[in-house]
Write a protein that binds this ligand. Structure first.
Ligand code: GLN
Length: 562
């Protein structure tokens, strides 16, 4: 008899190449099990030596996903939160850096006195204890889904793979499941799918003692049953458990794809869990809306890392979510802030329905951002500024509305006459860079009747932060006199959290990161209203353009008739 009271563990590994979507696969499995009434916790095990990704360049690692408790985590945690609709904490992301940090601190304290401290057992025991802690504490989940970062065959992920091998031994066959995500490439010159890379990656897993129970085969389009049988034969995985995950038009379709292949059914059978079929109606409705929008809007994102979409993952997803209530497809136009500086904003922004400036660090491209904000403020195009984007909006306003010509941020220049953006008081004297920003959830009080208040429908909110600088309070009065609304402030009124301009269709800048809390089933209110404003702007723009075209046509006819 299976032990149904014990937490079940699903270990998700990846093979052949990276970036196959292990995070999305893990989140999708989590969602399906959750919709069957099970409680689920996802954990990401990252093999790098950084304690967290907070100190890494987005080019290296993509976006840093900040949680309520202030931990800076891998962007896959964003997928987990968005799919499962729940907030996670620091226990849900473990890195090799954290493991070694703990072990070395213990060793220096003398806790291992007499012993040689080694990868096996000390590192593996610490990894296992972190995975088990998630199972034993908090909401005591029915299922823990542990995703192992990197690709099978990497040197640095070996201790994690060894740990999950041991966990199977210790927790029991029926309480553990190995799911391997792999690539089945289509070779267009041969007109064929190739299974060899999958065979090799499973062979590599077997060499370290792991036989997968299920394969998720990523491919550009669906593969035939005979190919699945071939994979099954060579990899010793039952054909039924060789699932296919072809490229989808939206990532939110993946759970449905997997469910249609009985992935959740097979998992529950394996664990001996007798639970009802998942209730997916609401989810399917959302996917349907994303796939069949009634209108389209064009929103520009002006930032530094526009060539690396992973750096703005949560923002992209927030737009996908916000498109659902607006019944709109949001086409994102990526504009490099440096190019704007070079060629001016008109060239890039003349036909957009909205502009978003995301968070960022460093001076590069800032002048281009400021110029583009001036353009949309004056042309009354909807604007949304996030963190650095909000700070740039304040600089632009100070310069061009309040006439403080040399207004700037203390982040970029230290000897400023007008640092309208200043270092936060509690950041003074901070020298270490890891985990020292103002991080995580903080409350914010909204001004009655502001756009933000309208959006949230409440006067008190909580949002996640990641910054060192803030609006300089010495300039608050001047900015307010010139009609920049301080629409959100910290409860002690010491920190400006939101600025707005009233005489504009939608102009909102926020010091926090709303994109971290948007969910497909529950879009973030500010993204939702920004997209609505963009739809409205688009309608008006098209109406004026049509009138313009008609007038031109008429003018043409008139000329001809003369
Ligand atoms: N660099 C700015 C600060 O530290 C903004 C940070 C951000 O956009 N996340 O305050």
């Amino acid at each position: 008899m299976p032990d149904t009271n014990r937490t079940k563990f699903i270990f998700v590994t990846g093979g052949v190449v990276s970036a196959l979507g292990k995070g999305i696969a893990s989140a999708s499995i989590g969602l399906l099990l959750q919709k069957r009434g099970l409680t689920v916790q996802n954990i990401k095990l990252d093999p790098y030596l950084n304690v967290d990704p907070g100190t890494m360049n987005p080019f290296q690692h993509g976006e840093v996903f900040v949680l309520d408790d202030g931990s800076e985590t891998d962007l896959d945690l964003g997928h987990y939160e968005r799919f499962l609709g729940k907030s996670l904490d620091k226990r849900n992301n473990v890195t090799t850096g954290q493991i070694y940090n703990t072990i070395i601190t213990r060793e220096r304290r003398g806790d291992y006195l007499g012993a040689t401290v080694q990868v096996i057992p000390h590192v593996t025991e610490e990894i296992k204890s972190r995975v088990r802690a998630l199972a034993r504490n908090g909401d005591r989940p029915d299922v823990v889904i542990a995703e192992i970062g990197g690709t099978v065959g990497d040197i640095e992920s070996l201790p994690f793979l060894e740990s999950i091998r041991q966990l199977r031994l210790e927790e029991g066959l029926q309480n553990t499941m190995f799911v391997h995500l792999t690539l089945v490439p289509y070779i267009s010159t041969a007109g064929e799918f190739k299974t060899k890379p999958t065979q090799h990656s499973v062979k590599e897993l077997r060499e370290i003692g792991i036989q997968p129970d299920m394969l998720l085969c990523r491919c550009s389009k669906p593969i035939s049953d005979s190919l699945r049988q071939k994979i099954s034969l060579f990899c010793s995985v039952p054909t039924r458990s060789v699932a296919v995950a072809p490229d989808a038009s939206t990532i939110y379709e993946i759970p449905i794809q997997l469910h249609n292949q009985q992935v959740d059914e097979i998992i529950c059978e394996h664990f001996g869990l007798d639970v009802p079929a998942p209730a997916l109606d609401e989810w399917e409705g959302m996917v349907d809306k994303i796939k069949n929008p009634r209108c389209r809007v064009k929103i520009a994102i002006c930032g530094k890392y526009v060539n690396l979409k992973d750096a703005y993952k949560s923002i992209i997803e927030s737009f996908n979510h916000a498109g659902v209530p607006a019944d709109a497809r949001v086409d994102l136009i990526w504009v490099s802030s440096e190019e704007i500086k070079h060629s001016g904003p008109e060239r890039f922004l003349h036909d957009v329905d909205g502009l978003l400036i995301p968070g960022g660090f460093g001076e590069r491209g800032v002048e281009g951002k400021i110029e583009s904000i001036r353009y949309v403020r004056e042309k009354k195009i909807p604007f949304f500024g996030i963190c650095l984007g909000m700070q740039c909006a304040v600089i632009e306003f100070a310069r061009n509305v309040c006439n403080i010509e040399d207004a700037h941020s203390y982040e970029f220049y230290r000897d400023l006459k007008h640092p309208v953006i200043h270092l936060m008081a509690d950041q003074e004297g901070v020298t270490e860079l890891g985990g020292t920003m103002r991080l995580g959830a903080y409350p914010c009080v909204l001004q009655e009747g502001s756009r933000s208040h309208q959006a949230y429908g409440s006067l008190e909110i909580s949002e996640r932060h990641r910054h060192r600088y803030e609006v300089n309070n010495s300039y608050r009065e001047l900015l307010t006199q010139n009609n920049l609304i301080m629409a959100g402030v910290s409860p002690d009124n010491r920190l400006v959290e939101i600025v707005e301009i009233a005489d504009h269709p939608w102009f909102v800048g926020v010091q926090f990161h709303p994109e971290l809390k948007s969910r497909p089933i529950d879009p973030h209110p500010l993204f939702r209203d920004f997209v609505r404003a963009a739809v409205e702007y688009n309608r008006k723009r098209e109406a004026t353009e049509n009138v313009g075209n008609k007038n031109e046509e008429l003018a043409g006819t008139t000329t001809k008739s003369h």
